[in-house]
Ligand binder design. Structure first.
Ligand SMILES: [Mg+2]
Length: 243
């Protein structure tokens, strides 16, 4: 695997998209934890102002959770891996309820109840099964997720988590939708992310003339550049604020 270079100096003319966990803040043991996120509101407010408002967060967290995390900062957000999108006018786009998802919810909640240490996360339109505290249960969790996936649902693996969600929408489609709107339209897109669901975002950024930045250890990726850690991301962004 060839090693990726560090990204070029950041530019305020770009359209900025970023994941949160593992990218702007360190990963936490449980999904509900705020981790070390105290720097987020100030950082995002300054960055958004610096780039003319062309900054959106694209997270696996639900939009409501992201808004609590970044308050009082208010910027465009795509949540639940692109299934939810908060529009500039404050309205929230999300997929309708689904009986397939209800069935998956029952199966995964029951599995977590029977397996201490496994954390079931219900994000309404996306369901997560976290095994960070019990890595030896990965195979059992995978089997439960496969059993829970039916109809129009798909599943994917993240860092110590399996997630179930409707097919067809992902972080890439969310970035695409933002890029068709002011103030993102016509700008070169850059997307920062650390995890496998971020690959769809890297792909779209590249297809629209920009690039992805992988955060963390090298791996096969569609990103063109890499930064080694959350502190490296914050240092890189700080050069933009100082411009
Ligand atoms: Mg992440």
């Amino acid at each position: 695997m060839s090693s990726l270079p560090a990204p070029p100096a950041p530019a305020p003319e770009w359209a900025w998209f970023s994941d949160i966990d593992g990218t702007l803040i360190e990963l936490a043991d449980t999904p509900a934890s705020l981790g070390n996120a105290r720097h987020l509101p100030g950082l995002l407010t300054a960055l958004s102002g610096r780039v003319g408002g062309a900054l959106a967060l694209v997270s696996g967290r639900p939009v409501a959770n992201v808004l609590r995390l970044i308050a009082p900062c208010r910027i465009p957000v795509a949540g639940c891996h692109g299934l939810e999108r908060l529009l500039p006018d404050g309205s929230l786009i999300r997929p309708p309820a689904s009986s397939d998802l209800d069935r998956a919810r029952r199966i995964l909640a029951a599995f977590a109840a029977d397996h201490p240490g496994v954390v079931f996360e219900d994000k309404d339109v996306v369901l997560g099964l976290h095994f960070r505290k019990v890595p030896q249960l990965e195979a059992a969790c995978r089997a439960a997720v496969e059993q829970a996936t039916s109809g129009n649902l798909g599943w994917f693996a993240g860092k110590m988590v399996f997630e179930v969600k409707p097919r067809g929408l992902d972080k890439g489609t969310a970035i695409q939708a933002f890029l068709d709107q002011t103030p993102f339209r016509g700008r070169l897109p850059v997307f920062l992310g650390d995890d496998l669901p971020d690959e769809a975002g890297f792909e779209v950024a590249r297809a629209r003339g920009g690039f992805g930045v992988l955060v963390g250890e090298p791996r096969p990726t569609r990103a063109l550049y890499r930064l080694e850690s959350v502190p490296a991301v914050l240092a890189w962004l700080s050069t933009l604020q100082a411009l």
